[in-house]
Design a protein around this ligand. Structure first.
Ligand code: PXG
Length: 286
């Protein structure tokens, strides 16, 4: 069945869902987006994603032509129109069509697009056995150049690192910041467990403040764990007891090696497994 896409305030057939080649989202990556999971027909942590979308837009001086509650309705309508039970929503706001120049004053009509589709999940053995990850030579965007806190339509920084991952037979790559500290992976945040303490790089390390990251920090605190957001380097991962990634697509996924160094005993650890279980409960609304 062809999808119904939310575009210009209406649900249209995917074959008719087209935007201008003069849209600055296409010409310059000038826009913002969100990726949201649908569980049991409901968009998961939708308010958090909407909040981040509007903050990203504010940071790039993009005025979204819908209120937050209209945006929430647009997402829910699109999920319902496509009868998505378990799936994925891509919410995009682009600058709109303009002249062939960077000036945002020469653009008009920012486009709001909502796609709701099924999702291809990572194979179950990756959750059972854990991932092998490499460090990319491509560093994460410097926050003073393009803040990683903005979920913008320009993902080339992450794409270049992802190419390094796939070239090495990995599905994720670790990205460092300009100081050589651990930032995040190409589409996931990173956590380690050391001596029973859960650690993850702080926003100042130059990361996207993941919605899944925040949810997992909340679950860990509920479980009585100490959570530290502090700078870390690759060595901290080499000597960690456990490591895992969080993200909308991956949810919570164990990491068992970095750059050929086995982490802990090379198997998904107990804290990771417990948090994975707690996350499954959270998403199923228990
Ligand atoms: N870091 C980066 C750079 C990301 O792009 C995350 C961390 C995790 O954040 P969330 O809020 O998802 O926990 C992301 C999220 C896709 C896709 O289609 C990418 C993301 C999310 C959803 C879909 O590639 N990245």
């Amino acid at each position: 069945m062809p999808l119904k896409i939310y575009l210009a305030g209406k649900l249209v057939d995917e074959a008719d869902a087209k935007i201008s080649v003069f849209d600055h989202g296409f010409l310059y990556g000038d826009g913002v987006f969100e990726g949201i999971r649908v569980y049991g027909g409901k968009a998961f942590l939708l308010d958090e994603h909407i909040t981040r979308l509007y903050e990203s837009a504010l940071a790039i001086r993009l005025e979204i032509p819908l209120s937050k509650s209209e945006m929430t309705d647009a997402v829910n309508q699109t999920i319902a129109a496509n009868d998505i039970g378990e799936g994925y929503v891509r919410l995009i706001v682009s600058r709109g069509a303009g002249t062939l120049g960077l000036d945002i004053r020469r653009t008009s009509d920012p486009q709001v697009i909502v796609i709701a589709d099924t999702i291809t999940l990572y194979p179950p053995e990756m959750y059972r056995d854990g991932l092998k990850v490499i460090t990319a030579s491509t560093i994460r965007n410097h926050a003073a150049a393009l803040s990683p806190r903005i979920k913008s339509l320009n993902y080339l920084n992450n794409i270049l690192a992802k190419i390094e991952a796939t070239d090495s037979g990995c599905i994720e790559a670790l990205m460092l910041n300009a100081q050589g500290e651990v930032a995040e992976c190409t589409g996931d945040n990173i956590f380690i467990v050391k001596n029973g303490i859960l650690k993850t790089p702080p926003p100042e390390a130059g990361i996207l403040e993941g919605i899944t990251r925040a949810a997992v920090i909340g679950l860990a605190k509920q479980a009585g764990l100490t959570v530290e957001e502090s700078a870390m380097v690759r060595h901290d991962i080499f000597v960690a007891d456990e490591c895992f990634l969080t993200g909308t697509a991956a949810e919570v996924i164990p990491v068992v090696s970095l750059d050929g160094r086995t982490i802990g005993d090379g198997k998904p650890g107990p804290v990771t497994k417990d948090l994975l279980e707690r996350f499954q409960e959270l998403k199923s609304g228990r």
